[in-house]
Design a protein around this ligand. Structure first.
Ligand code: DOR
Ligand code: ZN
Length: 346
């Protein structure tokens, strides 16, 4: 008998879908697994208006293959010029469910991001008032701060003062990678939560340099030391309810990853739920996978969990070396390796 686990259908609370041909190529991988996803707004140009978010949502829905059931949840890209009333109107109209803070220069398409957190204080105050979550790329960006320290420095320099000014703000520390961030979230109020990616549960920073430079292990925030990976794994599988699934799947063309200045981002959408299942199994916590993947995110966002159930089977599947159904080849996370779980009928 094949071992199986059945859970409510999961959601992805942090996803880059891109646009155009790339979006059409990657969307089915997410929709195969997840009922809903928080779609990141760092397009070029970024999604800063409700009108642009609604148009992007419509393009995603139009690209969804027939028979697939998937709902994109849109987000606003915060800039120094974001307007509190525009932010609130897009939220009230149900066009976006949250706003994303990219510190300017922190990552892909973040050049129009926020240059100083104080500049968006009125917007954050409005979000606090109306219960609109702020999703943070939690890294400082100064050149003199070591890349491996940028997340921890964000806590003291940005998150703590921000949440002191706005104690009722709903705040998601996105894609946490450190013991420091896990601790900060665990110690915070129930308005503070975090998403966790598959790669930050499975690789430490050695993966980026093993046998040479491995561009497909490079994402931001960058993978950290083993002790941090272990702390993040304990947070994900520990059942606190504050840590939930967010893949941060971030496709870039193979040629853009394997270049002299390779882009940051790991395309993990093809086998994300399977990767999480491996981690929860290894930690003896398979019984907590459903809460992490399907219950704790909806609870934080105030959305009902999915009714549909999906089954994972303990059957090995090989991740393709390359995915070539868009305009340009993509290299998926765990390319060419075996996954120990398989989503049934997928
Ligand atoms: O590695 C990353 N890639 N981190 C991000 O924050 C953005 C993402 C992207 O959009 O490529
Ligand atoms: Zn992201």
């Amino acid at each position: 008998m094949v071992e199986t686990i059945t859970i409510r259908r999961p959601d992805d609370w942090h996803l880059h879908l891109r646009d155009g041909a790339m979006m059409e190529a990657v969307l089915p991988y997410t929709a195969r697994q997840f009922a809903r996803a928080i779609v990141m707004p760092n397009l070029s140009p970024p999604v800063t208006t409700a009108k642009a978010a609604a148009a992007y949502r419509d393009r995603i829905n139009a690209a969804l293959p027939g028979g697939m059931d998937f709902t994109p949840l849109m987000t606003a890209y915060l800039t120094d010029d974001s307007d509190p009333e525009d932010m609130a109107a897009g939220f009230a109209d149900g066009i976006w469910v949250a706003a994303k803070l990219y510190p300017a220069g922190a990552t892909t398409n973040s050049a129009s991001g926020v240059t100083d957190i104080r500049k968006i204080d009125a917007v954050v105050a409005k979000m606090e008032e109306i219960g609109m979550p702020l999703l943070a790329h939690g890294e400082v960006t100064q050149d003199h701060v070591d890349i491996f320290d940028r997340e921890a420095r964000f806590i003291d320099e940005v998150a703590v003062p921000l949440l002191k000014r706005h104690p009722a703000l709903k705040f998601v520390f996105e894609h946490i990678t450190t013991r420091d961030a896990a601790q900060f979230v665990a110690d915070g109020s129930d308005r503070i939560a975090a998403t966790i990616t598959p790669q930050h549960l499975q690789i430490n920073r050695n993966a980026i340099f093993k046998g040479g430079i491995n561009p497909h292990a490079y994402c931001l925030p960058i993978a950290k030391r083993e002790e941090h990976r272990l702390a993040v794994r304990a947070a994900a599988t520990g059942g606190s309810g504050k840590f939930f699934l967010g893949t941060d799947s971030a496709p870039h063309a193979k040629s853009a990853k394997e270049s002299a200045c390779g882009c940051a981002g790991i395309f993990n959408a093809p086998h994300a739920i399977e990767a999480y299942a491996e981690v929860f199994e290894e930690e003896g916590a398979l019984g907590r996978l459903e809460a992490f993947a399907s219950l704790d995110g909806p609870r934080f966002y105030g959305i009902v969990p999915n009714e549909e159930r999906v089954t994972l089977e303990k059957v090995e599947v090989e991740v393709p070396a390359e995915i070539d159904d868009g305009t340009e080849p993509l290299v998926p996370y765990r390319a060419g390796t075996m996954m120990r779980w398989r989503l049934a009928s997928a």
